[in-house]
Each structure stands twice: as C-alpha cells, then as structure tokens.
Design a protein around this ligand. Structure first.
Ligand SMILES: [Mg+2]
Ligand SMILES: [Zn+2]
Length: 187
C-alpha cells in the first residue's frame, strides 16, 4: 500500500479568485511547487481532489477544466512536482447545465472521489494526509479515515469553527509550504 497526500486545488495550490479556469488566472501559491516536489521525494503520492461546480453552473466547461489541468500538470512536471492523479466533481444541485445538475456523491464534503482514489491507487489511509482550505475538504477526508487533516489558507478561524468535534483532529498552517517546513517535526 502507498501513502498519499490529498490536496484541494483552489486556495491550496492556486490563489482562489473564484471559479478559476484560465491559465492566466491560475497563480500558484508561494512555494507550493517546491512543497509538492518535496513530498513526492519522500515517497508520497500527490492526489488532487477538487470540487468544480463552475462546470454545473455553466461558468466554464469540462474541457476548459481539463485544459487548465494540463497547463498545471505541465508546469509542475518541470519541477518533478506533478499530481499522480486528479479527481474532480463537475456537479451541483443548483447548476444550470442539466447533465451536471445532480445531488451527486462526489462533491465534498461527500467522499466518493476519495473512495475512488484509495481503491485505484491502493492507498494506506493511516499514513495519509489531506490538505484543504475549507471545512468540507477535511470532512470528506475524515469520512474515509485519512489520518492527518491539515487546514491551510486565509480563513482558518471560521473554517475551523465549522468543523465541530472534528476540529480537535485538525492542524492549521498558513499554507502548504508552512506545513512542509514543519513536516519533520510533525511526523
Ligand atoms: Mg479550496
Ligand atoms: Zn459530483
């Protein structure tokens, strides 16, 4: 079995300016590329798990998302930092594009994307980590028993408050790079 770090995308990998789908709007957060490369060098699979309701809302298409994903991956690959897998949820119950307007089982805080990833990559959840910037990211990861829950970003306090009892199991850092800096102490 393999250990993995699961990542949310917007607000964790790139600056979240809201429904980002163009390469020129995709700004990597400070030192996140080096952080991914470091975790991969330590034997972790890096897996992206992202809600993309902008597809259901008609703000951009699944093709647009995939194009941006290719851009992200090719940039990361130059630094030995690309994701080993990407899972995304294009759905939303209030969507305007009919084919995606469903109450699915993959949109976080639901856990279907994680279940799929764990199965497809033979992941040991007891050795794995989830890094997100919203309560829903960590709630989804907790459902599949991912052992280590990390909250990052600019709204730590309000997101932590949404976690209730689960907040006791969550560690907060400013960003992914800050987590990685503390990683040896922490692990
Ligand atoms: Mg996010
Ligand atoms: Zn979904």
């Amino acid at each position: 079995m393999k250990k993995a770090v699961f990542f949310d995308r917007d607000g964790v990998i790139n600056i979240d300016t809201g429904y980002v789908y163009k390469a020129q709007e995709f700004i990597f957060i400070d030192k996140v590329i080096e952080s991914l490369a470091y975790l991969k060098s330590k034997g972790y699979l890096c897996i992206l798990v992202t809600n993309q309701s902008g597809i259901a809302r008609g703000y951009y298409t699944e093709e647009d998302f995939k194009k941006l994903c290719d851009y992200m991956q090719s940039t990361l690959a130059e630094h030995q930092a690309c994701f080993d897998a990407v899972y995304y949820c294009p759905h939303h119950i209030d969507g305007t594009v009919l084919q995606y307007k469903i109450d699915c089982n993959c949109r976080k805080p639901k856990s279907q994307m994680f279940e799929k990833a764990i199965l497809e990559h033979d992941i040991d959840v007891t050795q794995s980590i989830m890094i997100g910037d919203h309560a829903s990211d960590l709630q989804a990861a907790a459902k599949v028993n991912i052992a280590n829950l990390i909250l990052v970003g600019s709204h730590l306090k309000e997101q932590k408050a949404l976690l209730g009892e689960l907040s006791e199991r969550v560690t907060c850092y400013k960003n992914v790079s800050d987590f990685v800096k503390n990683f040896t102490k922490w692990s």
